[in-house]
Design a protein around this ligand. Structure first.
Ligand SMILES: C[S@@+](CC[C@H](N)C(=O)[O-])C[C@H]1O[C@@H](n2cnc3c(N)ncnc32)[C@H](O)[C@@H]1O
Length: 400
């Protein structure tokens, strides 16, 4: 039976809101229906139920509203965590708790409901965690939109569960039910580590680009290295690729004040900068918990823990206005699975707020996106410092 839950009252804020963007989808409804049916059939209590990947709280709140008390929830995004808290407040619902992807989330859980993540690596880390820490009779119900699902997801789940059964599609969504958790090897599959010249990157499954150095990130590091050659040690294996387009001398582009890596991912930009500028205070911030955890481990692996602070936060919201001398930005250009520039705009606005007047925003983006006019409008005068067919690097000066 479909519970009469007011899904339409849920909101996405502080995430981007727009007429074509909803705070719930058909997969949430299917997961709630199946979750309630399984809980009733097997006598599973709210405290034995975990929810993972609940974007804005639809699953947790609908189950709580239906009487499951004590649900544990893990959401990767700081925006999703805030949206859940605000939606719970609006609807007068309480009695659930938020966790990282850890034993406290899963220990003793018999029912785990999962909105399938986009990346297989993220799914692999989650499936391993459920098999490793949940109850031996745990049932994992994973759901997604049919158009985004692949057989590889079943294979990944099959590495952690003996039985994996895809259900018939309904309302363009599909559930996969995984049971009989397998014994897991002593070492979990994530985080993974890779070396890039003098830089070590550590990545959890959900972190952008994994332990690879993204090409756009590499291009930005190369351009900065033309202004501060010590940065080159971090990108030694790609030296020279961006040098021709940079314009050394027009600005140092480099300071020893406060530097913010906005949307830091695994922390490649923040840690490269810290290694090259031992006097700079660097803040790496990302709205993804997987990214923040990866960046913390990247910071530790490179021995710059005294110099780099990592924050799990939406668009640097906990940092004071006009507190940065430099912001480094490799913005996202996909919102969910649809191309949407709202997410990048939010970070441009955040950079404008965080920079002192006269301070610099360095941005790298896909050349097809043409962000220069928007950067000029939101931040201040913006020059193109380097351009390849794929990537553009700009420097914006925060207007006074
Ligand atoms: C293209 S990746 C770049 C990651 C990293 N800076 C690098 O260069 O490898 C963009 C990052 O921005 C983060 N992000 C997107 N929207 C954000 C927001 N509102 N606040 C903080 N981080 C955000 C994403 O989680 C992702 O890690």
């Amino acid at each position: 039976m479909v519970p009469e839950f007011p899904y339409a009252r849920l909101r996405r804020r502080p995430d981007v809101e727009a007429a074509d963007l909803q705070a719930h989808d058909a997969t949430d409804l299917l997961l709630v229906e199946r979750g309630l049916a399984l809980a009733a059939e097997h006598g599973i209590a709210g405290a034995e139920t975990a929810v993972i990947g609940d974007e804005y709280g639809a699953i947790t709140l609908a189950l709580t509203d239906a009487g499951l008390v004590g649900i544990r929830v893990h959401q990767d995004l700081a925006t999703g965590r805030r949206a859940l808290a605000l939606n719970a407040q609006d609807l007068g619902l309480a009695g659930f708790s938020s966790h990282e992807l850890d034993p406290a989330l899963l220990s003793g859980a018999r029912l785990v409901l999962l909105q399938l993540p986009k990346a297989l690596a993220e799914l692999e880390e989650i499936a391993d965690a459920v098999a490793r820490w949940a109850a031996p009779d745990a049932v994992l119900v994973a759901g997604g939109r049919v158009k985004h699902m692949t057989l590889a997801q079943n294979e990944v789940l099959g590495r952690s569960f003996a039985r994996v059964q895809a259900q018939r599609a309904e309302r363009k969504s599909r559930l996969i039910v995984a049971t009989e958790p397998l014994p897991m090897p002593a070492d979990p599959p994530y985080p993974v580590t890779a070396r890039h010249g003098g830089l070590t990157l550590v990545a959890h499954g959900g972190a952008f680009a994994g332990a690879r150095l993204d090409i756009g990130t590499r291009v930005l590091l190369e351009v900065l290295a033309d202004r501060a050659p010590q940065l080159r040690r971090s990108v030694a294996d790609s030296a020279g690729s961006a040098r021709n387009g940079a314009e050394p001398g027009r600005s140092s582009g480099v300071v020893n004040g406060t530097v913010i890596d906005l949307g830091c991912g695994t922390g490649a930009l923040a840690v490269s900068y810290a290694l090259a500028h031992p006097d700079a205070r660097v803040i790496a911030t990302d709205r993804s918990a997987a990214a923040a955890a990866s960046a913390r481990e990247t910071v530790a692996a490179n021995g710059v823990a005294g110099q780099v602070t990592v924050m799990h936060d939406d668009a640097g919201s906990e940092l004071p206005d006009a507190s940065a001398d430099v912001v480094l930005l490799n913005p996202p250009f996909h919102l969910g699975s649809s191309v949407h520039t709202g997410a990048a705009t939010r970070l441009f606005e955040a950079a404008a707020r965080l920079l002192r007047p006269g301070a610099e925003l360095w941005t790298v983006y896909n050349s097809s996106l043409g962000y220069r006019a928007e950067l000029t409008r939101i931040v201040g005068a913006t020059e193109q410092v380097h351009r390849t067919p794929k990537f553009t690097v700009t420097r914006s000066i925060r207007r006074g």
